[in-house]
Design a protein. Structure first.
Lengths: 133, 84
């Protein structure tokens, strides 16, 4: 299996629409993408993002994950020094035809998003028993 | 999370959850795994006894209150009746 076979290329760093008013920073989350015979497991670091501030969309073969960082009370405090700040995470991935986007499972825990994207049944490797005649 | 003198130290580690599945083939491995440590020098006037740390959604929040004696105080101005 190689990269071209699954074609799960990242688009990363997409520019925010010009209509956006607040100068929010959009960050590209770091990801791990693992493929097994069942499908793809994608993990993305999105600290500060809760389940309610997360969106996962599939348009055609483009999977987009987005999350808004909500730091709660500390957002009201004046920053003396800030590296995190108020920001968004966004990253898009091109899905291979082998993957079944209708059966994506997602969960987020401790700011780590885990997506499991199963392969279509016909794309899974099958073992064919060879009968001796 | 420890405070020692004027040094705040945050240390931890994140276990790699890539293990176990031998047949997994990785297309990307960008996420950090392992131990980390960060030391921040605190300004004077932090009340080390009242430092509070909380962790939510993967974000650690540490509140370091100022010592009572360094907080600004409002001084009431009394009005005195002028007695000529």
């Amino acid at each position: 299996m190689d990269m071209t076979q699954t074609n799960l290329a990242t688009r990363g760093h997409e520019t925010a629409p010009a209509t956006r008013q607040a100068p929010e920073r959009t960050m590209t989350p770091a990801v791990d993408i693992a493929e097994t015979s069942d499908g793809i497991t994608l993990q993305a670091d999105m600290p500060g993002v809760s389940k309610d501030n997360l969106s996962i969309e599939v348009h055609g073969n483009l999977l987009t994950v987005q999350g808004t960082v909500s730091l709660g009370e500390s957002a009201r405090l004046g920053d003396v020094y800030a590296e995190v700040g108020v920001a968004r995470y966004k990253r898009s991935f091109e899905l291979s035809r082998d993957l079944d986007a209708d059966r994506i499972e997602a969960r987020i825990a401790h700011g780590v998003l885990t997506l499991h994207i199963p392969k279509h049944e016909q794309a899974k490797p099958r073992r064919i028993a060879v009968k001796a005649s | 999370v420890t405070v020692e003198g004027n040094l705040l130290t945050i240390a931890g580690k994140r276990a790699s959850d890539r293990s176990g599945n031998e047949e997994a083939h990785f297309h990307a491995r960008e996420r950090f795994a392992g131990a980390f440590r960060r030391i921040v020098t605190l300004p004077d006037g932090v009340d080390a006894a009242k430092v509070d740390a909380s962790y939510a959604n993967g974000v650690l929040r540490i509140l370091l209150p100022k010592l009572e004696q360094v907080r600004p105080r409002r001084i009431e101005v009394k009005e005195l009746e002028y007695k000529g």
